[in-house]
Design a binder for this molecule. Sequence first.
Ligand SMILES: [Zn+2]
Length: 302
Amino acid sequence: MRRTWLQISACVLALAACQVSSSGNESQNAATADPNNVAQPSGAAVPVSLSRLDCGALHVNEMDKDFAGGAGVYPPGPHDLTDSCYLIRHGDQMMIWDAGFPEFLVGHPMRDPDQTATLDRSLADELKAGGVDPAKVSFVGISHYHGDHTGQAHFFPNATLLIGAQDLAALKAKSDNQFMQMSQKQLAHWLTDGGKIEAVTGDKDVFGDGSLIMLDLPGHTPGHHSLLVKLKSGDVLLTGDLYHGTEARQKRGVPPFNTDKAQTLKSMDKFEALARQTGAKVVIQHERADIPLLPAFPKAAE
Ligand SMILES: [Zn+2]
């Protein structure tokens, strides 16, 4: 049977077979935030806002099989996931968090026997319709190297790419896996063509004022990060793929394609402790029920 990119590892979100040993140390000027400080009030004078962008959807025929190894985390049967991206404004600077499915899905859904991936319009079109020029985005933060998070990063060539050092090492390694190759192609501007890139080790305080912190939460992939956004109205935690749905958070479900189960559970502990400590609104990026938790671009939470 012909294998499509939706089939391998039973999950396009997983791209599990992409795991590559990450021996490299890519810690080019990674600024590590003190994790003890991430919950402290920033006192930032610079206004910060957060909007949700639609970066696609995925229909999964057997969610529990594909995303929980049949452990009973999700109800039996089909399940619809969303694929969210986010725009953070920090004063006059902008950062995109995660870059969604690739835009070639617009008008061309990808179907296989297990899953269907769709995208209504490109991230660039969505931003332009709301008055944002992608060329003016300063940072693209990627939670991890899977292709439903890297797909449209290339629309932001002037941005510095922020990505976990271990994920960057995996992307830089030679791989025979077609999904890793796809992510490598999507990020080629930074991996090989001279785009500005920063390998993030530990937590990273993006703007240096505590308002936006990439949280080192490995396990889904070796360099996976979530994001803490400190708004005037309260803190928001964007999960990355620490969880794919509400049920996974409730039951500590670990997808079979994660690179490290023990590391994932430890990351869940760290995330939940921070959520309790900050009282943050937790947004599971692939959870459709969480879509209304944040305003849709061009509206923004402040
Ligand atoms: Zn993923």
